[in-house]
Every structure is written in C-alpha cells, then in structure tokens.
Design a binder for this molecule. Structure first.
Ligand SMILES: Nc1ncnc2c1ncn2[C@@H]1O[C@H](COP(=O)(O)OP(=O)(O)OP(=O)(O)O)[C@@H](O)[C@H]1O
Length: 843
C-alpha cells in the first residue's frame, strides 16, 4: 500500500503541463520546422536549374504552420487553445465518423487520435510513421505532421499516395486540402534519391531517371560522377522478398504457409495481426485501401543509378540537402560479396518482442539495411534490437557506447543472445584495447576512444588504425541523444560503414541539436509508446509523485537573503524538511520490500544525506571496485536496500532489483534526465507481479526555483502519459521515530554547515566521457578544491550523535563482505585481474 496522502492534486495531462511550464511546448524530433528548413533549403543556390526548381519542393513545413498559425495567435500560453476565430464547422463529419479515430486540424498539421476507437491500433501504427507524437495520454494522443516526419515516412517506403489514402481512411472528416497539398509538396522530393553502397562502390540511385538527369546537370554533383562509368545505369529493383529477421516468429518457422508471405515485412503491413477490429463497416473501409496496396507490391520496379567516388560522398550529400533532396542511405548487404560474412545468429531461445520486430521491419523492410534511429523507452530492449540487426546484416559490426560500463554490458548481451564466437568480439575502451582476428567480427568502443583528438598511446593507435582500415557493415550508435553532433561527425568521417543504426529512449535534447541526427545518422524509423509497453508488462508501471517540502524558517530566510544561485540551490536541496521526507519514504519503501535508489546531482548533498542515513553512495570519484561492491550488495544483500547515486547512475545502469526512485536534487529542467532516471525502474524484475507498481518521487522544496524546474522536467513524461501526483503532506511523517532534524538546534547546525560551504558545493557534479571508467577532463590523482565542511560542534570540539553519524560510512562497512557473487560482476572482476596480470607481464 502506498503512503496515505493527506492532500493530493493530480497534475497530469497536457493542459496542466502547458500551464505549469509556461507553454514550453516540448521539443521532440521535428517539432522545430524552422531549423529543419534551414538545413534543407536556406542555402539553395540561386543558379539552380529551372527544371530542378520544379522538381524540388521548397521545404515549407514552417510556412504551412506559421501562415495558418499566426492569425489571432496572441495572448497568453493557453489563449490560442480557445481561439474564437477558428470556425471548423465547414469540416463535415463522415457518416461513420464514430469508427474513425482521427481529428485533423486543417490549420496546423495537428492530429488528435481517440484511443478508444475500434481502429485505434491500425491508426497508431500508421501515424507513428508519418507524424511526430506530441503527447500520448490514456484517452487521446496528439501528433503533428511536419516536413521532418514526412521525410521519415518516405524513407521507410511510404508513398505520397499511401499517406493521403490512409489519412483519409482514418479521418472523421474529409482530408483538408491544405494538409493534402502540404503532404504532396513535401513527399514529392523526399526519399527520391538514395545513397547506396553496392559491391563496395557508392551509387546515387533513384526510381525516377529524370531526377538523376537533373542532379547530373547540377554544377556541384555533375562533376562528381565517376568518369568513364556508364552515365546512368538501369536495373531491376531488388525485391524485398526473402529477408527473415532472426528472432521473429517467422524465423522460427512458426508462420503457416497461408499466412502473410515474407514480403509483407514492410512498413505498410507490419502491424498487428492481433488488432481488434470490431466494427464491420470500419473494417471494410479501412482494409480496402490496404488490399489495393498489396497489388502495388507485385509491380516490378526499375532503379537508375550513377556512380560517385567515396571521397565525394559528403559533398554530394551536402548538395543534395541544399537542393531539398536529402539522400536516404541503404545497404544492399545480401549482395555484398566483397566484405566477409560474420558467423552470427540469434540463439534459438531468443524471441524478439512485437515492437522490436516492428522497429526492425522499418530498418529492413525492403531487404536492405536503411540507416536511421529507433526510439524505445528505457528498459524496453534496445540492445537486443541492435544485436538482431547485427544478426540480420551478418557483416562486421562496430558498436559505439557512452561509457566503458556500457561496452562491457553490450559484449555480455551479445554473448547472451547470439551464438557469436567470443573471440570475434573485441572491445576498445580506455583500459581494453582488442582486435578480432577473423576477417569479420564485432568491435564495441566508447565514442570518446574513437573520436579522441590527442596523440594516442601505441596500443590504442593500433586498434584505431584497424578500425579505420576496415569496411563495416553496420554501425550501432547507442544513446544517440546524449552524444554531441560533432562527435558523430568525427565518427562517421573516421569509420567507413555501410549502414547506421541509432538507438535512444528519448529524442530529446535541451540544446535543440536533435535535427543534426537526421542527417548524420538517418531519419527516425520507429518510436514506441511508453504507456502501451507498460500496460503490456514489457516495462514497469510507475506511480510518479512530486512531494512538496516546505522550507524551514531558518533555511527560507537564508534562501531569500542570498542572491547566489548555487547557494540557493544548495539551501533548497538541503532543506531539512526534504531530508525528512527522504528519510520517511526510504523507511516506508524498505519496509514494504522495495529496493530504493536515491538520486542527487549535487555531491555535497549526496554525501550528507547518505552518511546521515547510513546508506552507501556512488559518485564520480568512487573507485570502480567500490562501485562494483556497492552495486552487488544492492542486488544481492537483503540488508542493503537503498543506495545513493549521483548522476553517474542516470544511464546504462542495469539494476532490475530497483523498484523505487527518490530524486532529491536534479539538473535544472532536463526532461531527458528525468526520463532516463525513470528508466532505472522501468526494467524492474518484479514488474509482472500482480498489482506491482514502481515508484518515482521527486522531492521539491516549496516556493523555490525547484518547483519551476520540476514542472519543466516532467513535460516529456507527462506527454508519454504519466500523471504526476502532487503530495503536499506525507501522512505519518510527524510520528516517525528518530526523524532527523526535528529540533531547532539540529536544523541550525545543518544550516551553518551549508553556509560554510564554498559556492561550488551547490554545483551539479561534472562528469565527462566515460562515466564508469576513469574520470576525464580533470587531472588524475589530486582531488578538487577541499571544502571546509564541518558542523559547529565539530569546530568547537563537541561531538554529539549527529557528528558520529556523519562520520559513519556505509561504503566502508560494505568493504570486504565476501567476493562478488553476480556473474556479470564476477566477470568485470576477472577482466580487471587479467588486465593487471597482462600489465605485470609486460613490465
Ligand atoms: N525480447 C526480449 N526477450 C526477453 N528479454 C528481453 C527482450 N528484450 C529485452 N529484454 C531484456 O530487457 C532488459 C532491458 O533491455 P536493455 O538493457 O536492452 O534495455 P534498453 O532499452 O537498452 O534500456 P536503457 O535505455 O535503460 O539502456 C534486459 O534485461 C534484456 O535482457
């Protein structure tokens, strides 16, 4: 049973979020059409040939929206939602509108979908291909069609006709002309031209010979064509038949001959065999056009292409972007006879889940590997998606991760899910520099190792030369949302790869650089629905709550007095009432059998809280062996049920035992961090126990800046359908025995301690590069500035209980409690020992 709450307000729903965050509409991929326009069209050359102008649509996402949006768009954040001048009565409802799930806004490209409609599932599977999800709450989902999303739609093989016909079929009203025009204008140029690596040569390929002729007349692209080669060659398009993705029912031979043939692995049809389609009328209407499309598949298409040298690829790509004809990248791996095949397959026991299959169908739908990004919630199994992609391509694979710990985890997962020979997987991190010996293999590296600009050590240079000398079939880019675009640029420059697969949980970046990913990796191929996966038990159900903690008088007086933002932030984090709430929640959840992770970005607060509560903690300076010991105890020791983590625990940490998160200090308004932290409990082992719920608490000091940031942070999760409850009082807290800081003296002592800290104590922890490896960006050995921390009594020599508790470290207590029992952790240890032995042998 959750704690009884005295007062509770529900602050979920999009409108609530808007008001709370000052109309900060969340920016997800493609929501900023202006930026996208810049990339595609702003620099289009004045000398562009006349026919090219006709061919190439001026990318007009922003003009579509702005033109229609500007009228009457004045006033506060909410007024535009209730504009009186928007008379939509001209949109006549179709007679069977109740069976159709979509409301189309003719002015804004916005689509509202009813989740209770009989054809909801089909409509959702279609919409996710052509529009950006803005919010997906229980009853209503909101999407926006942008130029960006249409590019992604075309990239996965949808035609203009497909899009218009399916929208028309699902819409309650006739498709608005403006929207239709917008779709036609945008899709006629996107996806027309592909960059294909075939038999180790680069080709610019299109089904429309006229487009290629026009490109060849372009002053930049024309001269790039390889002289002597046939100007434009024509061949039959390779059909999509015959590709079976490992791990699917089909691969297991489970499908009957009279079921869908293999060719049906396309974006149009991949979706649900199990959809409930209750209404006969709606079914008739909406399946008719799908049947028509099946017929299209039988046509034999021709493709035309011309060859360009590898050295000119970036130039051609850039020019195509300027011309509004961005190149999609595809790898015809089944016809690659030059690169050696990799012996790898999924183990027979590995069965990929339906959404993983959908995502992979988007990538391999036409029998080739399309480059792009797959978005799945934390804990939904991105790693297995990457591994299955590797098992499909069966050529050398390079995996790039954000930390040394992730590298180890990826390797372990490859060995767990596939039959790869362990000798064929190498790792390249700051302390592990391997190559594989066979012709084909897998190498797993950190981004920082591959992009390092400074002079490398000899062994590191040897591996880097090896990486650069090879041609890779597939590059898997993990956590693409956290890696700077510049880093991707360097990676793609250094590593020759035929196809790229980006994996992420959120296409969210506070720096608005997400658009870069589109052209450096490829368009978004698939995005899963968080709420749906949690309802289906693939990820845990989570109760989210924001706990409002009033500031004590002493702390609030200082908070108002100081102008220094760091100090203010420290005062709000160290608010004794917040500490008490944390103590109460830990106690409550430990008693009900939960394993609790407490997050604090601020290291001073992290240590203070953990030491006083007698709990173990991990932050950037915690040595690797100590981290391993603490994590292992958390996993296996029934006496260690709570750990404190700094932001090093935000990503990549696989702790399926954790069932409760408490956030005491966080990084301003970062929606991405909030989502990633929630991800730590989405993989809870107990998620399928009856009535199981995980808990996510954000402790917020009332009437401080934390309240503003907190609502900003929640925006993304609210859009995914999570409702944040606000708890203004924790029932029973006043009666809790041994509640800390319950006397004025204790609180004043804490305040003195906080005030004695220098300004940097209010900073969030800065960690760069490898989160679990050695710390970067800071000279090794020496610690940072020493803080003059201490309680008044400490300074005066008096020692009371509080002082004793401050000095009692649970980290030390856990030391030497037997060797690691967990297989993965034992492996880490063995690896470390091997490395030490190798180093000794070299000396
Ligand atoms: N098809 C599947 N069958 C069984 N288990 C699966 C499947 N897919 C994923 N899992 C398991 O789910 C857990 C989470 O997977 P994974 O670590 O790949 O998640 P993730 O999406 O990468 O999460 P994060 O974003 O937090 O890193 C793992 O324990 C993995 O083994």
């Amino acid at each position: 049973m959750p704690p009884k709450r005295k007062a509770m307000t529900v602050a979920g729903g999009r409108a609530a979020k808007r008001v709370a965050s000052g109309a900060n509409t969340p920016v997800s991929m493609g929501s900023s059409e202006d930026d996208y326009t810049d990339t595609l069209g702003a620099e289009a050359s004045e000398t562009e040939a006349e026919d090219l102008k006709k061919l190439v649509s001026k990318f007009s996402a922003s003009s579509y929206r702005q033109k229609n949006h500007s009228a009457g768009n004045v006033g506060d954040a909410a007024s535009r939602l209730f504009k009186r001048d928007r008379d939509l009565s001209s949109l006549t409802l179709k007679p069977d509108h109740v069976n159709r799930p979509l409301w189309l806004d003719p002015d804004r490209g916005r689509i509202v979908m009813e989740t209770f409609s009989p054809s909801f599932k089909q409509a959702q599977n279609f919409l996710i291909n052509i529009a950006e999800p803005q919010s997906r709450t229980t009853n209503v989902h909101e999407y926006t069609i942008t130029g960006h999303s249409l590019f992604a739609a075309v990239s996965v093989g949808l035609t203009t006709n497909d899009i218009i016909r399916q929208l028309e079929a699902f819409s309650k009203t006739k498709l608005p002309e403006g929207l239709k025009e917008f779709i036609v204008t945008n899709t006629q140029s996107f996806g027309k031209v592909r960059l294909v690596l075939k038999h180790n040569s680069f080709y610019i390929e299109s089904q429309d010979a006229a487009v290629l002729q026009t490109l060849l007349r372009d002053e930049v692209i024309g001269p790039c064509r390889i002289e002597g080669a046939e100007e434009i060659s024509t061949e039959k398009a390779s059909k999509m038949a015959g590709l079976v993705i490992p791990g699917t029912k089909m691969a297991a031979g489970a499908r009957q001959a009279n079921e869908k043939p293999v060719e049906r692995l396309t974006n149009k049809d991949d979706e649900d065999d199990d959809d409930e389609f209750n209404d006969a009328e709606a079914e008739k209407d909406m399946t008719e056009f799908l049947r028509d499309e099946d017929d299209d598949d039988d046509e034999t298409d021709q493709v035309h292409s011309f060859q360009v040298p590898g050295s000119h690829i970036q130039k051609v790509q850039e020019r195509c972007n300027q011309l509004g004809l961005p190149l999609t990248e595809e790898y015809d791996f089944r016809n690659d006879d030059v690169n050696a095949n990799l012996v790898i397959d999924l183990k027979p026991t590995a069965q990929i889940r339906y959404y993983q299959e959908h995502a992979l169908n988007k990538m391999f739908g036409n029998g080739r590997a399309r480059s792009g990004i797959i978005v799945l919630p934390c804990g939904a199994g991105k790693t297995l998606v990457g591994i299955t992609a590797a098992c499909t391509v069966k050529k050398s694979v390079i995996v790039l991760c954000t930390s040394g710990m992730s590298v180890v985890q990826w390797r372990a997962e490859f060995l767990k899910w596939s039959n790869i020979n362990p000798d064929d997987i190498a790792t390249f991190t700051s302390d592990h520099k391997d190559k594989f010996n066979d012709k084909a293999g897998i190498i797993i590296c950190t981004y920082s190792m591959v992009t390092q600009a400074s002079r490398r050590a000899h062994d590191s240079q040897v591996v880097m030369d090896f990486i650069m000398s090879k041609e890779w079939g597939l590059m898997i880019l993990d956590e693409v949302h956290v890696v700077p675009a510049e880093m991707f640029r360097k990676v793609t420059e250094k590593v020759a790869t035929h196809s790229k697969l980006g994996l992420t949980a959120t296409l969210l970046r506070e720096d608005d650089k997400i658009k870069d990913l589109n052209f450096l990796i490829g368009p978004k191929l698939y995005e899963a629905n968080w709420l749906q996966l949690s309802e289906e038990g693939h990820i845990a159900r989570v109760q989210c709550a924001e706990v409002w903690c009033p500031m004590t008088t002493e702390f609030y007086t200082e908070y108002l007095r100081t102008k220094n933002t760091n100090k203010r932030s420290l005062l709000s984090t160290m608010n004794p009432r917040k500490y008490q709430a944390c103590q109460f929640l830990i106690d409550f959840h430990e008693r009900r059998g939960d394993k609790v992770i407490v997050f604090s970005d601020n290291v001073y607060a992290l240590k203070k809280y953990a030491l006083k509560l007698g709990k173990a903690f991990i932050y950037g300076d915690t040595p690797p062996h100590e981290r391993i010991r603490i994590l292992e105890n958390f996993q296996l020791n029934p006496d260690v049920n709570t750990i404190f983590l700094s932001k090093i625990g935000d990503t990549s940490l696989d702790l399926p035992e954790a069932t409760c998160l408490i956030q005491v200090s966080s990084h301003y308004g970062s929606r991405r961090q909030e989502a990633q932290r929630l991800g730590r409990i989405l993989r809870a082992k107990r998620r399928n126990d009856e009535g199981f719920n995980a808990f996510f608490y954000s402790l917020v000091s009332k009437d401080t800046n934390e309240m503003f940031y907190s609502s900003k942070r929640q925006a993304f999760l609210v859009d995914q359908g999570y409702a944040f409850k606000v708890i203004t009082h924790l029932n029973g807290i006043d009666q809790m025995p041994k509640l800390a800081f319950s006397t004025g003296l204790e609180r004043r002592e804490l305040l003195t301690d906080v005030m004695l800290q220098n300004e940097t104590a209010g900073d969030v922890e800065k960690i760069e590069g490898d989160l679990f490896g050695e710390r970067q960006g800071r000279p090794s050995g020496k610690k940072g500035a020493r803080r003059t921390a201490g309680t008044l009594s400490e300074l005066s020599g008096g020692q009371d209980m509080a002082y004793v508790e401050y000095n009692k470290s649970r980290n030390k207590e856990l030391k030497g409690k037997g060797g690691p029992q967990n297989a993965f952790i034992r492996k880490l240890k063995r690896d470390a020992e091997k490395r030490k032995a190798a180093a000794r042998a070299l000396q």
